[in-house]
Design a binder for this molecule. Structure first.
Ligand SMILES: Nc1nc2c(ncn2[C@@H]2O[C@H](COP(=O)(O)OP(=O)(O)OP(=O)(O)O)[C@@H](O)[C@H]2O)c(=O)[nH]1
Ligand SMILES: [Mg+2]
Length: 658
């Protein structure tokens, strides 16, 4: 998976002479977080549980060649491909994440040459509260670094400035799903704080590369500054050593030396070094224009005499002038009247591009942010099947039937989960990535299976085998409280956002990939019966007595009131090894008859005969201690076990024995 490039909203880039520039649009609105991924999200953090997320180094993304245009396509403006392509401006999304007040916005301002209307906390509510409330966009341009292919051209780093406040984590999750290179901003006087850790977890799920920025170095006493920076650098390296970002660059800066009161003239420190490091980390993804068009819209504003412009990132497919595009949330379809990229009118844009699409007769207030797509290509779903991995640092079990905040595509809704896994015998079976096989049987799980959830007895058992057996893959059925619109294979993050934001715990619980959505509101009737998730049932009873060589009476397997008829024909196993078949009830107290087709073994008969003799003798006089205990043994020398499975969504609740 590699860094996606997108171009920034028209209102950000410095206007170029001569080309029609769409006026800056309305503030607000945020980048719509739909992960545009060619593969699965990066491996979840796993490994030992230090204070912070740890994860095995995931295979680094491979930098692919720059964006190749499909045959016969060019992005030139109206009047066909003039051949005069705009200079190559390659854009990379850089997320700015970190604990509240670590200086993210100050850093974005210090780095940027241009800011969007929503950047730098310009929104009135941000000003009033003095914190960042929504994603802010700004950018800087610099020479194309050598790893991005031959010049001439420019690299544009678009900064996605995320909020830091714990209560805004769904915006952070949303923002992170559309970035691939992130800066984790740390207040050098404080080190890792709670949301720094959560941002690190989000980064591990959604990003391939990270740069740590130790900010506010001006607050360190001059004499001890260097040693303090070195000490914090070492601490951060230690924190990151078990994560996929181990060894990532760490840069010390002062984005706003002297703090809020300092005069604007006070120059930030370390910024040019940081830009060099960001350039060295930038690379561009392979792009694929096939598939349905899907674009995450983060700004929507009207332009007098032109129409309504929606700017955003193309997550899949491509779009051409004159195409019809649907706004699925509003069930509205509009024709593309014109498009621009970097202020250059274009006739075509594809996956990874950041583009402004202009349509007519559409009220921008209807779509602050959201998705536009090929008509009828996106579905609203009421439930979904996801593959998932637990986030190691989420304290506590992931219980089936629990409710989580589910961030799916561009929305966060409440959802109830049911976990399931392969049958234990298939724990090591190779699973095809991003595909759900409805022909297979799956074992219902009361909770997500993780090292600490496998019970201690099972652990002990497994320990003899040397390690805890966990499945290679687990899945969950998500049932949403409100339907969501999202593309297939989009990233899903489950969190407990109602957890106490002052408790120093990670609220992010799991992440996964949406494999199958259920559009039908009545999915419980129309869809779930296809889902072959079963519960393993195991009942134990005893042989009460022998009827003849081929039949015995059993007891304590069913309650008195159980209708034993429904169990007739099911196979049972005696502890002495014989196979039996339930033949029917016997008397009124829940006893039942078992047929032993191959007949009782001689020693089973002896065992049972001795037991019944002891029982009849046992009625006279008081029993000694060992008589008492042996009575128990003799009373039930032969046990009966009945094992069957029942499919959770089988309306007839049939009992299945393989
Ligand atoms: N001394 C000093 N103060 C800084 C520096 N960078 C930021 N600040 C101050 O730290 C405070 C927070 O800065 P912001 O940039 O708003 O921090 P933030 O991380 O964007 O905050 P949220 O978006 O609310 O999470 C402001 O008062 C800044 O002036 C720095 O390098 N040195
Ligand atoms: Mg901020």
């Amino acid at each position: 998976m590699a860094i996606r490039a997108f171009r920034y909203p028209a209102e950000i880039a410095p206007p170029r002479r001569g080309c029609p520039v769409w006026a800056a649009g309305r503030a607000g609105g945020a980048l719509v977080p739909i992960p545009w991924r060619s593969g699965r999200p990066a491996a979840a953090p796993s490994g030992s549980a230090p204070a912070l997320p740890g994860a095995p180094a995931a295979a680094g993304g491979t930098a692919a060649a720059g964006p190749a245009l499909p045959q016969g396509r060019c992005r030139a403006g109206p009047g066909g491909c003039s051949g005069a392509m705009a200079a190559r401006v390659l854009n990379v999304n850089v997320g700015v994440l970190g604990h509240i007040d670590s200086g993210k916005t100050a850093l974005a301002r210090a780095l940027s040459t241009t800011g969007s209307t929503a950047a730098f906390d310009r929104a009135p509510q941000s000003r009033a509260r003095g914190i960042t409330l929504d994603l802010g966009f700004s950018c800087l341009r610099t020479a194309l670094p050598p790893q991005l292919g031959p010049g001439p051209g420019e690299l544009q780093l678009t900064l996605v400035d995320c909020p830091g406040h714990a209560s805004l984590i769904r915006t952070i999750i949303g923002g992170a799903q559309i970035i691939d290179l992130m800066m984790l901003v740390i207040d050098v006087t404080k080190g890792m704080q709670t949301q720094s850790a959560e941002c690190l977890v989000i980064g591990q799920i959604a990003c391939q590369k990270m740069v740590v920025v130790l900010n506010k170095i001006d607050l360190l006493p001059e004499g001890k500054r260097q040693s303090a920076i070195e000490k914090m650098t070492k601490k951060m390296q230690k924190t990151l050593e078990n994560t996929k970002f181990s060894g990532c660059p760490i840069v010390a800066v002062a984005a706003k030396p002297g703090g809020p009161e300092a005069p604007e003239s006070e120059n930030p420190q370390g910024i040019s070094e940081l830009i060099e490091v960001l350039k060295s980390q930038a690379y561009l993804p392979s792009r694929d224009p096939s598939g349905h068009f899907l674009m995450a819209v983060d700004h929507c504003f009207s332009i007098k005499g032109q129409g309504t412009v929606m700017t955003g990132t193309i997550l899949s497919g491509s779009v051409s002038l004159g195409d019809n595009v649907e706004i699925p949330a509003l069930k509205v379809t509009k024709r593309v009247k014109s498009m621009q990229m970097f202020h250059t009118p274009v006739t075509y844009a594809m996956q990874g591009d950041r583009v402004g699409v202009c349509v007519t007769q559409f009220d921008p207030k209807l779509l602050e942010r959201g998705l536009i797509c090929t008509p009828d290509s996106l579905h609203t779903i009421h439930a979904a099947i996801i593959s998932l991995k637990k986030i190691q640092y989420f304290r506590g079990a992931l219980q089936t039937k629990a409710k989580f905040h589910i961030t799916v595509g561009h929305e966060t809704v409440m959802g109830r989960v049911m976990f399931f896994s392969p049958a234990p015998a298939n724990f090591n079976e190779e699973i095809q990535e991003n595909v759900f096989d409805f022909d297979k049987d799956y074992l219902y799980q009361e909770q997500y299976l993780s090292k600490d959830s496998v019970s201690s007895e099972e652990n002990k058992e497994n320990d003899q085998a040397g390690e805890v057996q966990l499945p290679k893959q687990q899945w969950a059925l998500l049932e949403f409280e409100k339907p969501v619109t999202c593309p297939k294979l989009c990233l899903v993050i489950g969190s407990k956002l109602d957890a106490d934001i002052h408790a120093n715990t990670c609220r992010l619980a799991f992440h996964g990939v949406l494999l199958q959505g259920m559009e039908d509101k009545n999915y419980t009737e129309t869809f779930l019966p296809k889902l072959k998730v079963y519960k393993q049932k195991h009942k134990e009873g005893q042989v009460e007595r022998v009827m003849d060589d081929y039949s015995v009476i059993g007891r304590s397997l069913f309650k008195k009131e159980t209708n034993i008829q429904i169990f007739v024909g099911l196979k049972v196993k005696l502890s002495t090894g014989e196979d039996g078949i339930i033949d029917g009830g016997f008397g009124q107290s829940g006893k039942f008859k078992i047929r032993i087709p191959d007949g009782l073994k001689p020693d089973t008969k002896m065992l049972l005969a001795a037991a019944s003799k002891k029982k009849s003798k046992g009625g006279k006089g008081d029993m000694t201690k060992e008589d008492e205990s042996s009575k128990n043994d003799s009373a039930q020398p032969v046990t009966i076990s009945l094992i069957f499975k029942r499919y959770v969504f089988d309306t007839q609740k049939k009992m299945i024995q393989s």
